[in-house]
Design a protein around this ligand. Sequence first.
Ligand SMILES: [Zn+2]
Length: 114
Amino acid sequence: MVKVVDATHFLPDGELPPAGSPVRRHALAIARFVEYGGPLHRGDSCLTLVECSLRPGRRPCRGFLWVHKTLDDRIEASCPSCGELQYVISNWRGTLWSDGPMILPHAPDVERAH
Ligand SMILES: [Zn+2]
């Protein structure tokens, strides 16, 4: 079943809901797809390291999800292995992940920071 979501409903103020929130797991999935799909050009897709959680025929799918940025600027997540479109995400711009992974310029090596 496709989840058609408005990112602002799950990522209030563009951020994850607090730990313990009943929608946090769902919000994390949406944030991951935005992180992968946000930097893409419209019409492009990329493979993610997000595992498919579906169980077609009651057996776990072993696929990894693809994200695709649609021409009208939504982000879709689907599994090429089982063929299921899982998410269609709108209103994702303005979230912390819309430009991809957060980069911390000139951060010290973790080893040296201790
Ligand atoms: Zn699958």
